[in-house]
Design a protein around this ligand. Sequence first.
Ligand code: NAD
Length: 504
Amino acid sequence: MSDLETNIGKLAGYLARFKESGILNQIGGEAQPAASGATFETRSPVDESLICQVAKGNAVDIDAAAKAAKAAFPAWRDMAATERKKILHKIADGIVARAEEIALCECWDTGQALRFMSKAALRGAENFRFFADKAPGARDGQALPSPTLMNITTRVPIGPVGVITPWNTPFMLSTWKIAPALAAGCTVVHKPAEFSPLTARILMEIAEEAGLPKGVWNLVNGFGEDAGKALTEHPDIKAIAFVGESRTGSMIMKQGADTLKRVHFELGGKNPVIVFDDADLDRALDAAIFMIYSLNGERCTSSSRLLVQDTVADDFEAKLIERVNNIRVGHPLDPKTEIGPLIHKTHFDKVTSYFDIARQNGAKVVAGGTRVGDAGWFVRPTLFTGADNAMRIAQEEIFGPVLTSIRFSSEEEALQIANDIPYGLTGYVWTNDLTRALRFTHQLEAGMIWVNSENVRHLPTPFGGVKASGIGRDGGDWSFDFYMEQKHIGLATGQHAIPRLGAN
Ligand code: NAD
């Protein structure tokens, strides 16, 4: 039996219970259908087959979940942080124990290739461990003595929070947002993406099996304009941590205005990888390919704009075409597959529409630009050359395995092109000139920049974007800044003079 057949067999075992009872919401520790009884279908992008029915929550379910999160908040906030730490480590243990189930379900639900998803569960566990260890220090503050007062600061959790996640790597992103919220002492209502609900349900079950008190983490499935919107408008929800498209972020900001929501946005990107002619070009090639064609190109940090110096561009692009044409598109559960199907027909239609847009723009489609097979949402990895930065293929987030190559002649021109974009999530700079690297990264408009490297995530570092790519930072202590409020307490150290109004 091939590895693929073995994985398909195992997946069938994991899916059986979902097929039988569907995916339920979890409110106040109880698994339940939507209050209205409505459901929606989740289908696999591999062959469009039905995976299962999913509870279609709306404002009524969100209200119940928000109330459950509010009721659970005081006890969770006041639990000794060392206890919270133990529970979060147990959640990480549970994730590791079910890593295979998580990986196989994630691949089938999203189309992501197993070679990447097999590590996603472990990365999710690492997110829990990292924030578990930070929980006991979350309230630490400063002593800021003044002449008459001992001023101290501390932090307190903001309250129940809403977490809204996208479909591209749903498991990892859910852990990434929820682990710090719980470590800070917040309770959570999670609204996962409607295209990929499976692993959010598994994660929630792991958490409660690990001893997380009922109501601390609630799960409501449903559509963005319905359940998602209600979550952002609910008065008991104090903050919204959102990962998704820039225009959805803008909608959420409006929706949350009446209840003065604090928001944290991780949004879209159109990130440049800038290759200077003095760089290690072989390594630059490997990294550029990895950062756009891994995870089906459905990756906010993907290097979707290649800026290559004209002195080396012919050779670099020729090597790129050869490698891109060699990338293996296939079944996501086949360990050899490098690119699986895109998430959904609507996204497939969007991505493939850029093949014509590229030609209309006057660029060349030198690799890919075609569908693969006639079932499922598979596309060949695609490369556009002869592009300039004003074209739609250079300005818009395509969010698929599609790279636009643009040539530049000088460092000034490279910088001008790199920054001439509404987004500012990541940048990748390839040069062996140290002073240029310093100069360039100083002026590049991006929240995260790697020099001579692909994106290598280190949890203590700040993650987030500028411009239309986001507001706020995750990682390290920055996550706690979002999920917690600063509190100042001033204690008189003596009997300083207090102004005596009305005392003659
Ligand atoms: P999306 O914005 O369409 O949906 C994301 C989530 O928002 C879903 O759960 C959806 O149901 C919900 N939603 C939609 N409308 C809503 C509304 N009006 N109110 C409340 N919630 C609503 O994004 P997507 O298509 O699922 O994901 C792809 C996008 O996510 C890309 O733009 C990508 O760059 C971005 N992304 C960013 C990061 C990052 O860290 N910056 C990471 C991953 C993905």
